[in-house]
Design a binder for this molecule. Structure first.
Ligand code: CP
Length: 305
């Protein structure tokens, strides 16, 4: 596997092997520097805290180095009209791999089509966020010890939320799972994801009552309403604040269930939930470093990773 652009590339065995490696990365205080003199470029046209910094942390922990442009929409030559393709062709001469986040769906695929070095999709508009899905899946595996036979409620903005879309698609690699889509009417899970789940035989259903979904779920995956993707502020206001997780929600949730969120959160999980041991979202964010370490090691130094 050279480029990482969409979860449809992943196979179950590959994912499980990656998790074993991520687990090893987690267990050692300082990983072996398997990527000395390798350079990772992070090319971000949209804001990020976790994806960019965890990739950079992962690369540095593996002994590699990082070059970076945050806010590439303004501070790279994109502002002068340079295409993503040309920018990637140039950066490929400076770095051994490129993590790209872009506001347009499909941009990572376009970058991969012209890049001689691995392209990693760090989120392409409302499209996909495949490495987020990997770390989410790793978190489920690590917290619950299983990937099959799970009931998972995906809550919030399922139309524009690329993390939820990618995670749903990754459940094609599982057996006997059920996905419950709990979303405001304006932002349902897309028909493309539903078609892919149908083709793979993954059960899913829509549920308007969050309480009913909480009561039967092993995993509750809450997401932010993606303010930046709405055409008007009115549409955004109609979709926000409908599904929130608070202290009362915890009473409905099974004892062994976990609450996840790709973060950042706004108001969809109350801070009072953070202290509950089932709140896994900060552990989930930390897992991003281990999974991305394993991924970079495999992409750039497969004999070591
Ligand atoms: N989960 C995630 O993609 O977070 P950032 O936008 O901070 O990278």
């Amino acid at each position: 596997m050279n480029h990482i652009v969409a979860v449809e590339q992943f196979e179950r065995l590959w994912v499980e092997q990656l998790f074993v490696e991520a687990e090893r990365m987690r267990s050692v205080f300082r990983a072996e520097p398997v990527l000395p003199r390798y350079i990772l470029a992070t090319l971000f046209y949209e804001p990020s805290t976790r994806t960019r910094l965890s990739f950079e942390s992962a690369m540095l922990r593996l002994g590699g180095q990082v070059i970076s442009t945050e806010n590439a929409r303004e501070f790279s030559s994109a502002i002068k009209g340079e295409s993503v393709e040309d920018t990637v062709r140039i950066i490929a001469g400076y770095a051994d791999a490129i993590v790209i986040r872009h506001h347009e769906q499909g941009a990572a695929m376009r970058a991969a089509a012209v890049s001689p070095v691995p392209i990693i999709n760090g989120g392409d508009g409302p499209g996909e966020h495949p490495t987020q899905a990997l770390l989410d899946f790793y978190t489920i595996w690590s917290e619950l010890g299983q990937l099959d036979d799970l009931t998972v409620a995906l809550v919030g903005d399922l139309r524009f939320g690329r993390a939820a879309r990618s995670l749903a698609l990754l459940f094609r690699l599982t057996q006997r799972s059920e996905l419950i889509f709990v979303s405001p009417e304006a932002v349902p899970m897309g028909a493309d994801v539903r078609r892919a789940l149908d083709a793979a035989g993954v059960r899913y259903r829509d549920e308007r009552d969050l309480g009913k979904a909480l009561a039967v779920s092993d995993v509750v995956y809450q997401t932010r309403i993606q303010k930046e993707r709405f055409a008007t502020q009115d549409e955004y206001r109609q979709a926000r604040g409908i599904y929130t997780i608070d202290r009362q929600s915890l009473d409905l949730l099974p004892a062994r269930a976990i609450i996840m969120h790709p973060l950042p959160r706004v108001d969809e999980i109350a801070p009072e939930v953070d202290a509950d041991p089932r709140a896994a979202y900060f552990r989930q964010a930390r897992n991003g470093v281990y999974v991305r370490m394993a991924l970079l090691a495999q992409l750039l130094a497969p004999s070591n990773g």
